[in-house]
Design a protein around this ligand. Sequence first.
Ligand code: ADP
Ligand code: MG
Length: 692
Amino acid sequence: MSDKAGAWLENKITILPGISDKRAKMFARLGVERIHDLLWLQPRSYEDWQERVPINSLRDGTVSSFMAVLENIPALSRHGKLTTLRARLSDPSGSIQAVWFNQPWVADRLRRGVSYLFRGRIEGEGRRRQVVNPDIRLQDQDGLPDYLPVYPLTAGLYQSTVRQAVKAALDQAGFFKEETLPPAIRSSARLATADFAMRRIHFPACLRDIELARRRLAFEELFLVMAGLRSLKSGRHRQKGPAMTVGRDTEDWLAEQIDRLPFELTSSQAGALQDILEDFRKQVPANRLVQGDVGSGKTVVAAMAMAAACREGWQSVMMAPTTILAGQHAETISELLAGSGLEIALLTGATPAAQRRSLLAGLEEGAIDILIGTHAVLEGDLVFSRLACCVTDEQHRFGVAQRISLSSRGDRIPHVLVMSATPIPRTLAMILYGDLDISEIKEMPAGRLPVKTYTATEKDRTRIDQLMRSQIEKGFKVYVVCPMIEDSETVAAHSADAVHERLSKHIFPDKRVALMHGRLRAGEKLAVMDAFGRGELDILVSTTVIEVGIDQPDANLLVVENAERFGLSQLHQLRGRVGRSSRQSYCVLVSDSQDPLIRKRLQTLCRHHSGFAIADQDLLLRGPGDLFGVAQHGLPDFKVANLYEDSELLREAAAACDQLFRQDPFLEKKENAMIMEAFRFRYGKRLEHPGL
Ligand code: ADP
Ligand code: MG
């Protein structure tokens, strides 16, 4: 794609005839702002004007095309503002009534005794059967296509408007003559040309066109993402990472830190740490995903990795998605590394200005070894003296671009570690993380018991209260999670406010019950979390703000109110807040929903304990439309390709990608230049590392 064509596609759709600012706003609701978006707006289906259904075979509820003669002059009637036009249509097989609401002008287009093509929704059966608001074509009207695209719409936007806009865009210049795939790949994968695919996906001449166009466009999406990420990865091999040797000295020192921990590392924790040290030795900036289920102990791996980099004379930074989590990490990591002599600092949006200034000075001078914080660590005025290791926790909460902007400071590109509990099938990981190496933490720390999980209904309320009391009296802590903060008139569900009121005033006036939700100020949230962390609270009533990362090993009971309102992955994350010690923990999913699908999903959690198993079940129960974790992983939203349905195409694209990189590892050949151009154009802002 040349700059010229690329630039044209970047234009706002308002340059097209008939697209006012007002219409552009409606298009924007469909995610269409630029010409490029418009062309990639995929038809949901097609109007088939080519099929000719005999009138006696027209079925209730279908949208059908049929040829018929107008039997009588259409009759117009009025009811207040509503006009209704009726006519009888017939063919040799039978007849049907047509009705048009509020389209009196249709009468002028029709002549009695003439044959037309009609297309519309059939409603009713037998004598009551009619076709509602059918579109009309003169028989064999020239120039009208047999298939018309049907686009998703929003209020105020008409099918005809979208069609005209797409057609206008396609009619401009012949820019699709420019390919986004190298000829060799196109021919070996038997793909249609870009021009054919883009035109025919919108205006196919026959059904086969749709298939060919779709295949080409889906392949292109999958291939470009895979090849693009892979190219970034191979490009990284030519960059300079921080120079570290990580020799005997550092290893011994690290072993001392690990010995001081109150527990032994599991073998997968040790393995992940070794992978990271190996990355450090390579002096090529690493990009590693450390994937492990909730509670598998990722924090200590990150802490030791950061410490090793510091021991080698560099700095490390860790970014967490919330102020609470950042604060907690700072505390945990300070404890884990107590005695290491490393200087650890916390920076969040709530850090007072004066403290922030001195912290920034410390970073620049190299007095601070490890910085832990929220997005605040990404701010432009932060300067590290020697940054070597960037960790992001629960990365799906960040855009990819953000995690990368951290890594692009200084002349050496730092290593990037991503800690994530979101399980994704491995094949998918290969695409999403084409540029990432993966370490898996497979086992849980020794002695962990699976969280006993039960479903309950409102009828069990007293028993749930009793269970809470008995746990608290044994010295344990309890989480109660609610789907909303306040009561609402429109949603019948327990709010955190109401549950807190009930528990603190009526059920447990003798216990320490606190409330926590996203609308509290950062300082208040921290105070509550601190108190909970120190064991000064018995019950924490909260919204899902506790979903990520919070660690209070004494909490052993989680009650989820209106469990039907949460996704499976979310419930799994929430459940990860308990079961963080060797004592038995419990999770109670409260829901009065009778929906069999919801009951099944909740049962899944009772039966399964690993994130991977739950992800699989989720996929089975939900179908491929709504993928567990994928959107959270910063995956580009594919417009045509479907990662599950197109698995065969995915394999083909992967094979093509392998072949390509065997022949041209750095995509330096002229005929392959278009790949990275297209990748940057399409996904650059989301997936690409700036400045690489
Ligand atoms: P996650 O992977 O969900 O981030 P954490 O790092 O928060 O998990 O660890 C969960 C809990 O397990 C913490 O209390 C941590 O101290 C503890 N832990 C981590 N590793 C081990 C281990 N090898 N043995 C025992 N406890 C461990
Ligand atoms: Mg964690």
